[in-house]
Ligand binder design. Structure first.
Ligand SMILES: Cc1ncc(COP(=O)(O)O)c(C=O)c1O
Length: 405
């Protein structure tokens, strides 16, 4: 069969695939624990539900403007002013189907085939594939000191005449790293000097711990005109636990937004009016759900770190934000795909293989689920791979006997 070169180059989303596997096992009644999840479990904010039901009950659900409803754009404008101290106009914002589409359309707007996009590793699974979808070349940058925090020098070493953009996600999925003020200041200066785009994927920026603050990219920019090449992406998915609503947005200069809207208009049209209505409700409504989500996650993180500390020889960097920990399991198995499969097969715990985020030997463990799942899940992992564990483990009524160490 004839498949396009780009089509052939795109890998299946490993995270979505593993989520499907989890759902199948769960439906079969298997006692699976999901430590790979990418969505908080809290309920949709009440203001989102009220807004949504108001519109659906009206029975008048029509096409949305391609770049977003008036209400949604106003909500994004308010959000940008509140969290970034930046005043923008409706022509500077676009609502999309999740941060995913906002990033994708932004990349399609700025990239030509063979252009390069630099981003730090570990990185979100979709970045390389999104860049490849544009016929462009993903350039992950690993910190030379082996941490999750690349230096400016690490980034500069990968800059070429083909570099079109740098893409940052802070706090980072999967490491939870918040990049320092100094790093962001240097990146902004570098992008402005070189005339390249800076895409900030900020979807976790309100989910940070221990009073940390995520540096605001605009604080370091010199160019605040319509020539600014900064693109800030956000979404209701994580902060409001509204993953299923598929609403995200981008803030950028007017020309970019105009072209992004042209592209989006032919891809999906405007994202659903109903879902924008709900998203605007969440953004404009009472914000206590975000605070309580952050507190829950901070507590879950503490439990996760406590549990992980019970392992010998595991290297754990406490995450600054998000709901992920990215843990070096290479002492137990350098092949993260094999280890992840082994843990699912033997003790029914789902983890995400680090190789999908650019670093083999690591597993991404999420703490967005329940405390019980975190404790039980890590206990099972420890039992499966730690040679000092007892030979038997009970999962409910089921007795497991370890015959592999
Ligand atoms: C870093 C990062 N960016 C973007 C997205 C996509 O967000 P959305 O669900 O709003 O499309 C995700 C989702 O997991 C993510 O982790």
């Amino acid at each position: 069969m004839s498949i396009s070169i780009i089509g052939r180059s795109i890998a299946e989303s490993a995270t979505l695939k593993l989520n499907e596997t989890f759902a199948i096992l769960k439906a079969k009644g298997e006692p699976v624990i999901h430590l790979g999840g990418g969505e908080p479990k809290s309920k949709t904010p009440i203001d989102a539900i009220t807004n949504f039901t108001g519109l659906i009950n009206s029975g008048e659900v029509r096409y949305a403007p391609v770049d977003g409803t008036v209400e949604m754009k106003q909500a994004i404008i308010r959000y940008t002013e509140e969290f970034y101290g930046r005043k923008v106009t409706p022509q500077n914002v676009i609502a999309s189907s999740g941060a995913k589409q906002a990033i994708m359309v932004a990349l399609q707007t700025i990239l030509n085939p063979q252009d390069e996009v630099i981003y730090p590793a570990p990185y979100w699974v979709s970045y390389p594939e999104m860049v490849k979808l544009c016929g462009a070349i993903p350039v992950p940058v690993f910190a030379e000191d082996g941490t999750f925090y690349p230096s400016m020098l690490d980034i500069e070493r990968h800059f070429t005449s083909y570099t079109k953009a740098i893409m940052l996600n802070s706090p980072n999925n999967p490491s939870g790293a918040v990049y320092s003020e100094e790093f962001i200041a240097n990146i902004v200066e570098f992008c402005e000097k070189k005339g390249i785009y800076l895409i900030m994927d900020d979807i976790y920026h309100r989910l940070v711990f221990e009073g940390k603050k995520v540096p605001n990219v605009y604080d370091y920019a010199k160019d605040h005109t319509e020539n600014s090449k900064i693109i800030v992406v956000n979404s209701v998915s994580k902060q409001y636990a509204m993953t299923g609503f598929r609403i995200g947005w981008a803030v950028a200069n007017k020309k970019l937004i105009e072209v992004m809207a042209n592209i989006q208009g032919h891809q999906t049209s405007g994202t659903s009016v109903l879902l924008q209505k709900a998203a605007a409700g969440a953004i404009n409504g009472i914000q206590s759900s975000v605070d309580s989500l952050r507190e829950t996650l901070e507590n879950n993180r503490r439990v996760m770190l406590q549990q992980l500390n019970a392992f010998d020889g595991l290297h754990v960097t406490p995450p600054d934000g998000t709901f992920y920990t990215f843990v070096d399991f290479s002492k137990y198995d350098k092949n993260s795909t094999r280890l992840s499969k082994f843990l699912l097969d033997k003790v029914r715990v789902l983890t995400m293989p680090g190789v999908e985020f650019g670093m083999d030997g690591y597993l991404r463990l999420s703490y967005c689920g329940s405390i019980k799942d975190i404790i039980k899940g890590i206990e099972r992992i420890k039992w499966a791979i730690d040679p000092n564990s007892p030979n038997e483990l009970y999962i409910g009524e089921r007795k497991l006997v370890r015959d592999w160490i």
